[in-house]
Write a protein that binds this ligand. Structure first.
Ligand SMILES: Cc1cc2nc3c(=O)[nH]c(=O)nc-3n(C[C@H](O)[C@H](O)[C@H](O)COP(=O)(O)OP(=O)(O)OC[C@H]3O[C@@H](n4cnc5c(N)ncnc54)[C@H](O)[C@@H]3O)c2cc1C
Length: 452
């Protein structure tokens, strides 16, 4: 079967790697083979090289710099920007999301390009451009400084990386706390304190309105004068291609239980897809969908019932994990905050069952908490509290075989234990290849017994 995947991002790489016995073409509009987007801030920080981000993929016809502009459904062909056409039996849309530009006057020049001080942070090229601006100091001759617009996941990662690189860094967030789509105000405050410890000033409840020669003007009257402005404010599913092809699109490209769009020969996965009311935006669901679609296209019987909402956000020393929807879930809240150590943990418990959780800073109990969440374990009266009490220094706890160790690739402790080395675990299960947050747990499981 001739399978064409549009988009050469994280979902596409995982899908292409799982397909067996098909003729596979991957069309990507970036100039790079698929890479791990989560680790872009690690490249900016200087701990990873761009090459180390490359994602494993089996031998397929990969075309980089190939932008798909039209789908000719009747002919079953995809048209590229250079007007060539690629035929398909099955087409998969994995076009990801596109960053939204915040409404700040002056960030876009009259010719449609970004102001020379302004940077986006979505792709490897964005990252390399920002890195070059810092390394060469090409913007001004003065001390280097940056304002990060947006206090969400990307903003946190970028602000941390810029601070580590020695820039005077400020962050502006329009909402009343950081990471407000995922966590509550207390957790946001813990994150803000962690950033402040790195020397980053955080302004919440303030919106940037204009970029002038004097700096970035905020709606509270302040002006932040900096060499760089980095935009990290949100994104939305990339659906233009699907819309033009008359596929059903709401927020994302609508898919069913086999990840099929309204045309059964076309599937959609990852950030661009919408299943039920759910649009995701994180690696774990994108990889879960990609792995399931690979099995379906390989002839297995499968069914997609929606993503388990687990988000693991990567930014060194700003670890965050969110299970379910802690801000909307109904139940009793058990929480523990320690701003001094930079940790915040919250469980929402309904009839003894964990229905949502937020962990900031100390993720040492994430394996056990995820296991109870997945299994729907009914906890005893004191158990929820006890789960939150452990600090990093607490005695190690043995992880059961079915506890999830790698949230990105969905790998359990048992599967890790079945491997003889970290390399084998990486190659056979893909654990550690996403955000990398599970690396120490994987090492512990393979070398020194299981620690939580
Ligand atoms: C800086 C950054 C940090 C992140 N950190 C985290 C994190 O810590 N944890 C987490 O879970 N998630 C994180 N995410 C989100 C995560 O990267 C995405 O959820 C994931 O990449 C989704 O995979 P995808 O394949 O759907 O989209 P993408 O990986 O974005 O890939 C889509 C690809 O399709 C290409 N494309 C689009 N249209 C076309 C077209 N017409 N023709 C050809 N190619 C096209 C795009 O250029 C892109 O290369 C982060 C994202 C960014 C940008």
């Amino acid at each position: 079967m001739k399978i064409v995947i549009v988009g050469a991002g994280m979902a596409a790489a995982r899908l292409a790697d799982g397909l067996e016995g098909h003729d596979v073409t991957v069309l990507g509009d970036e100039q790079h083979p698929p890479y791990n987007r989560i680790l872009l801030s690690a490249v900016l920080e200087g701990t990873h090289s761009p090459d180390s981000l490359r994602l494993p993929m089996r031998d397929v016809d990969l075309r980089v710099g190939a932008r798909a502009v039209e789908i000719h459904r009747a002919e079953q062909e995809v048209e590229l920007a250079d007007r060539t056409r690629v035929p398909y039996d099955v087409l998969v849309l994995a076009t990801g999301s596109i960053p939204s530009l915040p409404p700040i006057r002056g960030v876009v020049r009259l010719d449609g390009r970004l102001h020379e001080k302004v940077h986006a942070f979505r792709s490897l090229d964005d990252c390399l451009r920002l890195d070059a601006a810092i390394s060469t100091g090409s913007i001004t001759g003065h001390a280097r400084s940056a304002v990060v617009v947006g206090g969400g996941l990307l903003g946190l990662q970028v602000a941390r990386a810029l601070a580590v690189r020695g820039l005077t860094t400020e962050m502006v967030e329009g909402g009343d706390h950081l990471l407000r789509s995922q966590v509550d105000a207390k957790a946001g405050e813990v994150l803000a304190r962690s950033l402040k410890r790195l020397g980053t000033a955080v302004y919440t409840g303030a919106r940037a309105t204009r970029l002038t020669d004097g700096g970035l003007v905020l709606d509270n009257g302040f002006t932040l004068d900096s060499d760089l402005v980095v935009l990290t404010a949100g994104g939305r599913p990339s659906t233009a291609l699907a819309r033009r092809a008359d596929l059903e699109v709401r927020r994302g490209v609508v898919v069913d239980h086999l990840l099929r769009t309204s045309d059964p020969r076309i599937h959609a996965i990852g950030d661009c897809a919408q299943h039920g009311a759910q649009v995701t935006g994180f690696v774990p669901p994108a990889w879960e969908q990609a792995a399931l679609l690979a099995r379906h296209l390989n002839g297995e019987e499968v069914r997609y019932d929606g993503a388990r909402t687990v988000a693991r956000l990567r930014a060194t020393d700003l670890d965050v994990a969110v299970l379910g929807d802690p801000e909307r879930a109904e139940g009793e809240v058990v929480e523990m905050s320690n701003p001094v150590t930079g940790s915040h943990r919250k469980l929402v418990v309904h009839d003894g069952v964990i229905v949502a959780a937020t962990l900031v800073g100390d993720l040492s109990r994430i394996g056990l908490i995820t296991q109870h969440y997945d299994r729907g374990t009914v906890l005893g009266r004191h158990e929820a509290g006890a789960l939150l009490m452990a600090e990093r220094t607490a005695a190690p706890v043995v992880l059961p075989d079915d506890a999830e160790v790698c949230a990105c690739a969905g790998v359990s402790a048992g599967r890790i234990r079945a491997c003889s080395s970290v390399d084998e675990a990486r190659d056979t299960t893909r654990a550690t290849t996403g955000c990398g947050g599970c690396l120490s747990a994987v090492r512990d499981l393979l070398n020194e017994g299981a620690l939580v």
